[in-house]
Design a protein around this ligand. Structure first.
Ligand SMILES: Cc1ncc(COP(=O)(O)O)c(C=O)c1O
Length: 399
């Protein structure tokens, strides 16, 4: 007897991609360049290894699920600095939940936020389309109905939150938003974030701001959900934000992030986590606290991404609908047909990339298909030299 609830989820995009590309032999003659997954390859600060080693004796202890007070304090200070919150507005004990990476938290928060029924019906979980696939898994796991908001070129790749059917809003338990967006790199402005929060408060749901790419930006620091909530008053009610060290500090293997926001929600979330989650190891807590306290490595990291966007821009130019995203580290190129382009790039040039349609739920909506199928996502996570090589191969193969 298996739970059939998950049948509606397709294979995860990377499995589908392997099925698509691995039918073809690895092209000979040139090294393979893999730009499919958002796994930063930049060096992380040396102090990470040192702190982990200094604290290695603590592997003999079970870590608290809620992380250490020092980690929560470091996160609280960082959030207060980064989003110019009033001193003391955030209480690290009540508003902050450290996580072993945000992926599991984004998933598990739905168990806290989605009730059995909303307005007497099955609750809705709203999310952009295309999107980070974990949101849909979370909706299904929590018994909600995933409802997709197209995030297409005509609206600057942001979901239109101003024209959602009020009947759907009344059934909504959660809205996931991602800014800077994976995959398109769009940054929502403060007014947009405020509108999302007002909507959540009016219709009594939680708005989840996935801000994992908040520290990878081209010009201005993207505004955040806590900042928007603070500007509206009423504390952090109906708001949860997620941040990760994976992208900010190039330590995807450390598994370190956090959720912060609505204190009642954080209390339920923390309780669920005591039943079903593990805390970060104590050495990882110590290294994470040091990372949140250091900005020098984050600035250097941002500069490396800017350099790679410069390289991509100089090679691709204004072809393939090239645009320089405001945030994140993906190129979202209009190739005419993302799946065909991915196969061609792999077979002819040894570059692995991800078709946009693999991040998109097929809802039968023609506009969504037309606004996503032509796209290809390219993660600029490798070194500058390999990025240059990859961009030249993209140009020579697709332009
Ligand atoms: C939009 C988005 N959210 C969350 C995550 C999860 O990151 P992590 O679990 O490493 O914090 C990712 C990772 O690629 C992502 O792209």
């Amino acid at each position: 007897m298996l739970n059939s609830r998950f049948d509606e989820l397709r294979d995860y995009p990377f499995q589908r991609l392997r099925d698509l590309l691995d039918r073809h032999p690895t092209p000979a003659g040139r090294p393979v360049i893999n730009l499919t997954i958002g796994e930063p390859q930049h060096a992380y600060p040396d102090f990470v290894g040192r702190i982990m080693a200094e604290n290695a004796h603590l592997y003999g202890k079970y870590p608290p699920v809620a992380g250490t007070p020092d980690l929560r304090a470091a996160i609280g200070d960082w959030l207060t600095r980064r989003y110019r919150l009033k001193a003391g507005a955030l209480d690290p004990e009540r508003h902050i939940v450290p996580l072993g990476g945000t992926r599991e938290g984004l998933f598990m928060l739905a168990l806290a936020a989605v009730p059995e029924r909303k307005a007497g019906q099955r609750p809705v979980v709203l999310m952009p389309n295309p999107f980070y696939q974990v949101y849909a898994g979370a909706a299904v796991a929590a018994g909600g109905e995933a409802v997709f908001l197209p995030a297409l070129p005509d609206k600057g790749f942001l979901p239109d939150i101003d024209h959602i059917d009020p009947a759907v809003l009344d059934r909504t338990a959660m809205l996931y938003l991602c800014s800077p967006a994976n995959p398109q790199g769009t940054v929502a402005d403060l007014a947009y974030l405020q509108r999302a929060i007002r909507l959540a408060r009016k219709h009594d749901f939680v708005v989840v701001f996935d801000e994992c790419y908040a520290e990878i930006y081209d010009r201005d620091p993207p505004p955040g959900g806590l900042e928007a909530a603070a500007s509206l008053g009423d504390g952090f009610a109906n708001v949860a934000v997620f941040h990760s060290l994976s992208k900010r500090s190039s330590v995807p293997g450390l598994r370190s992030g956090f959720c912060a926001g609505d204190e009642k929600l954080m209390a339920v979330f923390s309780k669920i986590r005591t039943y079903g989650a593990a805390g970060l190891s104590l050495p990882a807590c110590a290294a994470s606290a040091a990372l949140w306290r250091d900005e020098a490595h984050v600035e250097a990291n941002r500069a490396l991404y800017r350099e790679k966007f410069d390289i991509a821009q100089s090679i691709i130019g204004n072809r393939l609908g090239f645009f320089r995203p405001a945030g994140g580290f993906y190129l979202w190129l209009d190739t005419g047909n993302g799946e065909e382009a991915a196969v061609k790039l792999w077979r002819e040039a040894g570059v692995r990339t991800l078709p946009g349609s693999y991040l998109t739920r097929d809802t039968g909506d023609a506009a969504t298909a037309a606004g996503t199928k032509p796209y290809l996502r390219i993660a600029l996570v490798d070194t500058a030299d390999r990025t240059r090589d990859a961009m030249e191969r993209v140009r020579d193969t697709l332009c």
